[in-house]
Design a protein around this ligand. Sequence first.
Ligand SMILES: Nc1ncnc2c1ncn2[C@@H]1O[C@H](COP(=O)(O)OP(=O)(O)OP(=O)(O)O)[C@@H](O)[C@H]1O
Length: 234
Amino acid sequence: MNPLLELDKVDACYGSAHILHKLSLKVNAGERVALVGRNGVGKTTVVNTILGLASLRSGRVALGGQVFARPRPYIAAQHGVVVVPQGRRIVANLSVEENLLLGAAVGRKGPWNVPEIYKLFPILAERAHTPGTALSGGQQQMLAVGRALMANPSLILLDEPTEGLAPVIVDQLADIFNRVADQGTALLLIEQNMSLVVRVARRYYAMAKGSVIAQGQVEASRESLHDLEAHVMV
Ligand SMILES: Nc1ncnc2c1ncn2[C@@H]1O[C@H](COP(=O)(O)OP(=O)(O)OP(=O)(O)O)[C@@H](O)[C@H]1O
């Protein structure tokens, strides 16, 4: 079976700023993969390249085996690849429920709908008619994950989903990510919190200066945690 996502020797830029250099990675159906690395190495640029928000200079971006010379956000969504963006990007003048409904705009069929999201995150049901940005940071992150699930994705790209959140909320999100993955949705988890990575991911790529410099299995061991932490120490 073709990988859900494959980047093959990708070079990508913002204008004249050349950020990604011969970067290759792939995510297969149902996999739990982490992308780790220090601040500024280009992790968000990987996401932006998949969405066409950074320009693809050379190499290949393929979704489900289909190569896209000019990736776009709607192409990714139509192919079941959705992003929970860094900073969440909750729409301020829409309610929680309206933010969730935005996620369904792509019209993919699947198990996720508003009642199912409310079962996963009961707090969102309680606050359904509250403006999305009136929620706490942790609740906004739940809303961003719920909005992504509303697209019935086969792969979710999570860009630093626990940044700035309290440990108790991080624990809840780890549990949610595992439940979502247990139901068969693949995850690409971009994270600086390595104790979360070892709880969720089974495989990792480590980046430095716009390239993948290491990859391997993730194990729930002290050694694995130590190895991963070495890639993100600043
Ligand atoms: N729109 C842009 N135009 C030019 N350079 C950019 C742009 N966005 C990011 N960069 C630069 O690209 C490099 C990689 O940034 P990127 O956000 O991909 O890193 P990151 O690994 O996700 O870091 P962080 O953990 O801080 O989000 C950085 O040097 C950054 O300054």
